[in-house]
Design a protein around this ligand. Structure first.
Ligand SMILES: Cc1cc2nc3c(=O)[nH]c(=O)nc-3n(C[C@H](O)[C@H](O)[C@H](O)COP(=O)(O)OP(=O)(O)OC[C@H]3O[C@@H](n4cnc5c(N)ncnc54)[C@H](O)[C@@H]3O)c2cc1C
Length: 450
């Protein structure tokens, strides 16, 4: 049922980083908004290591003080490691020198507006998501938690958002709806906008471990709280190591789904067998205590034919998901909210909620996610290129810029163009020393996606 005065100006589906971030931005600007979150927070969630472009959003939202008070581990950089006995990884064009432990530090490149910070955070998502949603509430957003949206009716006037309270179906209407439902892709499914990624078909299994000795892989004590990406001698397979507290570490295996399917193992057995391909990691892990059940995530890469339409926007994972190798998801969710809320404020001011009114957001987001996607594609196709470029002082800071999450301001960053050209050169020349190192995710991945 529609009324001439809607219940809310903006209805937000989902209270994760995208939804809570959006609600903070809108409430701060005085917009009457409501968040529907189907879970009761705190709830666990994958995606615990942030990149520095998230910190800018916390600053915007006056949330940095709370991030510090929560004592989340500070993340100063990232390390990529490979197996000493089985180096599949080199960074020297001539001599194929093995490289086992490569790192970057965020302090190497200052970010605009963030000159006083050389770090970002690793977070317990249960705690972090709750804090951000409560912050939105404090700023004036209405939060309905434990409320799952069942459908949205885009009627002739305002959209009606339907949900159930017990056996009773209820609805509220809003001038527009922002879908922040994450990989549930609520509106993408309802409106049939979702397109599965044809190249990346990843699967992940993860848990938390108490007492995992992070010193085993740290070259220096200052590297202890970095994120570690450990490459396994299995194609397209890696492990994340993310500090959650002083003693608790999140570890997860990411592989192609077909590797898991082939193994015919149950998921826990698969985890240990895969981790066993790096004996030192397996040994270190076995000395620690697993404190959560294993959780798996699959089929998670996709795009949407549209990110915006008349009276709706898709923000965060609800609009796009790309492989998590560079810990990008929360940053994309928060920055999508940052960009999208500007178009929403203009739409409210002009009372124009047409698809065109949201085009600036769509263009910016597509530019950013295209850059991420290409970076990830180059990386999977030829891992060695990544270490090669970060070891080259001409490109190191350009790569760092991408790793910091600053991907939205350039259509075709020079370093990515160079990386793509090098991949094609290696693909075309069977005698190239790197040819045998090409991964099996093809360069079709460079084709433009939606
Ligand atoms: C294996 C893996 C590893 C990852 N590692 C990282 C990492 O290290 N760093 C990083 O930044 N990101 C990582 N990510 C990505 C990260 O998890 C997401 O990008 C991030 O959580 C996106 O935030 P969001 O708010 O868009 O979605 P979510 O955080 O998923 O929030 C969506 C919310 O919507 C709610 N919801 C869904 N449907 C409904 C409904 N019908 N009604 C009401 N509420 C609903 C859900 O309950 C949920 O709380 C990883 C992802 C995967 C799969």
């Amino acid at each position: 049922m529609n009324h001439s005065v809607p219940d809310f100006e903006v209805g937000i589906i989902g209270g994760g980083p995208a939804g809570a971030g959006m609600a903070c931005y809108l409430a701060k600007a005085g917009v009457k908004c409501v968040v529907f979150e189907r879970e009761l927070f705190p709830r666990p969630h994958v995606g615990e290591s942030l990149v520095p472009s998230s910190t800018r959003v916390f600053k915007d939202l006056d949330f940095l003080g709370q991030m510090e008070e929560a004592k989340f581990p500070h993340k100063f950089g990232a390390v990529w490691t490979t197996n000493d006995e089985n180096p599949g990884y080199v960074h020297d064009l001539e001599g194929l020198t093995p490289e086992y432990n490569v790192d970057i530090r965020f302090e190497e490149r200052k970010q605009e507006g963030m000159e006083d910070r050389n770090y970002t955070y690793h977070v317990d998502r249960g705690k972090f998501d709750l804090m951000l949603l409560q912050h939105a509430q404090k700023l004036g957003a209405t939060v309905y938690d434990g409320v799952k949206v069942a459908r949205v009716d885009f009627g002739p006037e305002y959209p009606d958002v339907y949900f159930n309270i017990g056996p009773k179906e209820m609805s509220v209407n809003c001038k527009m709806v922002v879908d922040c439902s994450g990989r549930q892709t609520f509106l993408g499914n309802q409106l049939k906008l979702k397109v599965k990624d044809t190249v990346f078909d990843q699967y992940a299994i993860h848990s938390w471990f108490d007492g995992y000795d992070r010193k085993v892989f740290a070259k220096r004590d200052t590297n202890l709280d970095y994120i570690y990406i450990h490459f396994l001698p299995i194609s397209n397979t890696w492990i994340w190591q993310i500090p959650i507290t002083d003693t608790v570490t999140s570890l997860g295996v990411v592989t192609q789904k077909k590797n898991f399917a082939k193994s015919k193992e149950d998921r826990e057995k698969f985890f240990w067998e895969t981790v066993g391909s790096r004996p030192l990691i397996a040994e270190t892990l076995r000395k620690s205590d697993r404190i959560r059940p294993f959780k798996d995530e699959g089929d998670y890469s996709y795009a949407m034919k549209q990110l915006v339409g008349d009276r709706f926007m898709l923000v965060g994972d609800a609009g796009r998901f790309v492989d998590p190798i560079f810990s990008t998801g929360v940053s994309i969710a928060l920055n999508s909210a940052r960009f999208a809320h500007k178009d929403i404020l203009t739409a409210l001011e002009k009372n124009d909620f047409s698809r065109e009114a949201f085009s600036e957001y769509e263009t910016k987001l597509r530019r950013g996610t295209k850059n991420w996607y290409e970076f990830i594609s180059v990386y999977y196709r030829l891992n060695v290129l990544f270490t090669y470029f970060i070891s080259d002082h001409n490109y190191r800071l350009d790569v760092l810029k991408l790793l910091q999450g600053d991907v939205y301001d350039e259509d075709a960053p020079e370093v990515l163009t160079k990386m793509k050209a090098m991949v094609s050169k290696v693909e075309q020349n069977e005698k190239h020393p790197w040819h045998k190192l090409l991964g099996n995710l093809t360069s079709d991945a460079f084709r433009p996606q939606f």
